[in-house]
Design a protein around this ligand. Structure first.
Ligand SMILES: Cc1cc2nc3c(=O)[nH]c(=O)nc-3n(C[C@H](O)[C@H](O)[C@H](O)COP(=O)(O)OP(=O)(O)OC[C@H]3O[C@@H](n4cnc5c(N)ncnc54)[C@H](O)[C@@H]3O)c2cc1C
Length: 443
């Protein structure tokens, strides 16, 4: 939910009518993306999450013939909106714009979209009470040259006792990981590349609606829903894409944007098989359980942000940045805690577990004022299977190896494939689509 003090030194500029990241300019690519560089063939994009939508939006603008094939009945992937639970739209997946020095930050500016800097105060559940200050600062993972051990192991090496474990869990949960799985070394290497800025912003309306309006609505007729890709044969110049219901598409180029968990489990069969370096790289990614639970109460009895619960390590007041008369608390649950809640088997049981923890923290106020809840569990969500891709111990260059184009026919995009440190985010997924398209066009 929060990112702290990352480098903020890059600008994004508009070139040729399209937003072009300066980081890509710096990467020695041609700084043009002009109509006189047409691509005459057909492109099939697999997946209509933000990466697929943005790739489609760019291709539509450049007159490229494309179709997006999406397994689900809706677009958005790990983004969505619920307009009925509260008196404001709730983002069921991504909701914070992490830093505004990015392609999407520029778009927010250009479209005068209302966002609010989320400066919610952070509290901790520590030794069975709520505190504002801890004896030691637990944000120890931003140093350079940390050892390649897990977050929790590194914290223990640094002398943090088990009373800090759930706070470390919250910090790792921000990266979508259990503290026992996330590499201190590779995560901090990733963060060195982060240039979007350290502030978090909330949309007054919703992040999903922002993406939907700007990228999805202009290309709706190009999206084929309920179409699950099962195989891609790129043996010849005409690539064949096969679907679960025995449809087939042909294309000269394919952009694959499915979540890394799908590639790890070989949900799509590639012929010929993908290079070993690439499949080995997929294996190195982590993508674990994750869920968001929104709890509606009759009053705000809770702290703006509270880290350190044993059931949920990170609670946040969801109404921050919104116009609302409702009192909605978000339980942002990742890693092993999400696995445990997922294992309870029902939304009712998940809600009960969270209320029970909140009752202990806030002297019974949760149950006394509870109105309703809604659970968005990504852990085994079809065609997603987890929260977002994180760096495991021994990660090495996996991100760069995983995203390599294959035979100038297959191109990879999506949050995990982002190569400029912005993975795990919406803007990073969009940037990866931009990069894949540049590669596809040979720019
Ligand atoms: C709970 C949660 C909270 C988050 N919060 C934030 C946040 O606040 N800010 C932020 O920036 N990021 C956040 N993220 C991360 C962000 O949502 C993702 O990085 C981003 O949405 C990923 O976009 P994508 O296009 O890479 O993948 P996805 O959105 O996963 O899209 C991939 C698409 O591919 C489709 N697909 C999969 N397999 C197939 C197949 N075989 N055939 C056809 N289609 C297929 C899927 O159905 C899906 O629609 C959050 C994620 C989660 C889970």
């Amino acid at each position: 939910m929060k990112r702290r003090d990352f480098i903020n030194n890059s600008l994004w500029v508009a070139v040729g009518g399209l937003l072009l990241p300066s980081t890509l300019l710096q990467a020695c690519r041609k700084p043009t993306f002009e109509p006189e560089q047409p691509f005459k063939g057909k492109v099939v994009v697999i997946g209509a999450g933000v990466a697929g939508l943005y790739a489609g939006y760019l291709m539509k603008n450049k007159g490229i013939d494309f179709v997006i094939v999406e397994a689900a009945a809706t677009h958005g992937g790990r983004m969505g909106v619920n307009t009925t639970f509260a008196d404001y739209p709730i983002d069921t997946g991504a909701q914070w714009l992490h830093g505004r020095n990015s392609l999407l930050g520029e778009l927010v500016e250009a479209t005068k979209t209302h966002i609010t800097n989320d400066t919610s105060e952070l509290y901790y559940w520590f030794n069975n009470s709520i505190v504002k200050e801890l004896p030691r600062d637990p944000f120890i993972f931003e140093e350079k040259n940390l050892p390649d051990v897990s977050f929790i192991e590194y914290a223990h090496q640094q002398g943090f006792g088990s009373e800090y474990d759930n706070i470390i869990e919250a910090i790792a949960g921000d990266q979508g990981a259990a503290a026992s799985q996330l590499s201190a070394y590779w995560n901090s290497k990733d963060e060195e590349e982060w240039v979007a800025g350290s502030e978090d912003f909330k949309f007054k309306d919703s992040y999903f609606n922002f993406i939907d309006t700007n990228f999805a609505q202009p290309i709706l007729s190009n999206i084929h829903y309920n179409t699950v890709v099962t195989a891609i044969d790129y043996t010849t110049d005409q690539i064949t894409i096969l679907t679960k219901d025995n449809k087939s598409y042909t294309a000269e180029k394919v952009i694959v944007t499915v979540p890394i968990a799908q590639l790890k489990k070989n949900a799509i069969a590639f012929t010929p098989t993908l290079p070993k370096t690439q499949t080995a790289a997929f294996e190195k990614f982590g993508m674990g359980p994750g869920m968001k639970v929104f709890l509606k109460f009759s009053e705000t009895f809770y702290k703006p942000v509270l880290y350190g619960g044993a059931t949920c390590a990170a609670y946040a007041d969801d109404s921050v940045g919104k116009s609302t008369n409702n009192h909605v608390l978000l339980a942002f649950v990742m890693g092993k805690q999400a696995q445990t809640l997922h294992g309870l088997g029902s939304d009712k049981a998940i809600t009960a577990a969270l209320l029970s923890e909140l009752d202990v923290m806030y002297n019974g106020k949760a149950t006394a004022t509870f109105i309703d809840s809604v659970v968005y569990d990504y852990t085994e969500r079809p065609y997603i299977d987890g929260a977002y891709g994180y760096s495991t111990i021994g990660m090495g260059n996996a991100r760069k190896e995983a995203a390599q184009p294959v035979n100038n026919k297959l191109f990879f995009a999506g949050e995990a494939m982002n190569r400029n440190g912005h993975h795990q985010t919406v803007h990073g997924a969009a940037e990866s689509a931009y990069e894949a398209l540049l590669e596809l066009l040979g720019l």
